[in-house]
Design a protein around this ligand. Structure first.
Ligand code: M6R
Length: 366
């Protein structure tokens, strides 16, 4: 049932070229410049005219929501907020008609997310569900939605569901942008082509498994890790840190790279591995200076960079080179080595990576 893999988590990481393909199937037709999202067709106008989009989610799904905030604001010019479902629910939020809530959940059963969407629904907001489990409670309670189609996820650490969420949220953003006219035809077509290429690039990234394992072996005894990224890769840093915490029980924090100087840089010494998600994008020069700041304080830098990077390999202690991609879809690729890093460290430390202590696959209590 693990398909020859030692753990479900590894199997699910390796399934991603296929699951991403499945998320795109029947929706993306890059050749003809078409994008179809049957599940939200009836709400296309509501989305287009939304005053604001609020994404509610927990954990890894919340990280996917953060990436979607960047995507949707960029593509659709609609203000987006991303809320921890638990906080949103309990603070009497200002929400009502004209607002669209997107509830993102792998299981579709997360209690905090469910109650958050129910209360927003009562206040007159339209609810879209982005769920993996067909027929789940969140899917049923949504007005409309799009399934992620990643297939059953057994490992407690969410991996393939996350990349599927990114892809589906990107499709939603593109659809709304094209209807709203906030994207040029050229950029629209370019992003369709980029999405089309993702499964292949993810497959290529998975070839780095042995290289990532070596990095895991080198740093597995560290007490803490810092994960840093900017822009679209900032939520990827958060996700990398969460994966490591869950699976290897090593304390890890994710930060926007520029926030470091406002506090966390005090942690840096020669013992601290700092993972930079530093693929080539509009934030590249800035993140190069952040790497310099860490090196000046003798931190160990592990950098995820774009293939052919000429600068960062000369500065970092360890480098993982991933295929080039448009910054909007780059998180789907840059998260892969971080999933593998957490997996290998967990396994090397002898932990049960499929069932980490204290955690359940779906959290059905508030
Ligand atoms: O099923 P959901 O996506 O609603 O679950 C949300 C979180 O509980 C989940 O992402 C959790 O953080 C994972 N264990 C992360 O790997």
């Amino acid at each position: 049932e693990k398909g020859g893999y030692d753990h479900f988590m590894l199997k699910e990481i390796f399934e991603q070229p296929q699951t991403i393909f499945d998320s795109l199937r029947g929706r993306l037709d890059a050749k003809n410049g078409q994008l179809t999202l049957g599940g939200i067709r009836e709400y296309a106008d509501v989305l287009k005219n939304a005053n604001r989009i609020i994404i509610v989610a927990c954990g890894t799904s919340w990280h996917a929501g953060l990436v979607a905030e960047y995507m949707i604001e960029e593509l659709c010019r609609i203000p987006v907020e991303v809320e921890y479902a638990s906080e949103f629910r309990y603070r009497n939020p200002v929400v009502g008609p004209g607002d669209v809530i997107i509830a993102v959940s792998q299981s579709g059963e997360t209690a905090d997310t469910l109650v958050a969407m129910e209360s927003a629904k009562q206040k007159g907001a339209i609810i879209l569900g982005v769920c993996n489990v067909v027929g789940s409670s969140i899917a049923r309670l949504s007005h409309a939605g799009a399934y992620t189609h990643a297939g059953p996820e057994i490992g407690v650490a969410s991996t393939k569901a996350f990349t599927a969420q990114l892809v589906v949220l990107c499709l939603i953003g593109l659809k709304v942008a094209s209807e709203k006219g906030t994207i040029t035809q050229q950029r629209f077509q370019h992003l369709l082509d980029e999405l089309q290429d993702i499964p292949e690039k993810v497959a290529a990234t998975l070839q780095l498994n042995d290289a990532v394992k070596q990095v895991a072996d080198k740093y597995k005894d560290a007490r803490d890790f810092l994960y840093l990224g900017r822009g679209y890769n900032f939520p990827v840093a958060l996700e990398g840190a969460l994966k490591l915490k869950e699976i290897s029980y090593i304390h890890a924090e994710g930060y926007p790279a520029a926030e470091m100087k406002h506090g966390p840089i005090a942690l840096v010494d020669e013992q601290l591995p700092v993972v930079f998600v530093a693929t080539r994008d509009s934030f590249y020069e800035k993140i190069v200076s952040n790497i310099q700041e860490i090196k000046a304080r003798k931190g160990k830098v592990i950098a995820i960079v774009t293939e052919g990077d000429q600068i960062i390999p000369g500065m970092a202690d360890d480098v993982i080179e991933v295929p080039e991609a448009d910054e909007l879809v780059a998180p789907v690729i840059s998260v892969i080595p971080l999933q593998l890093l957490a997996y290998h460290i967990g396994v090397l430390k002898g932990y049960d990576v499929d069932k980490p202590r204290n955690l359940a696959k779906s959290v059905t209590v508030e």
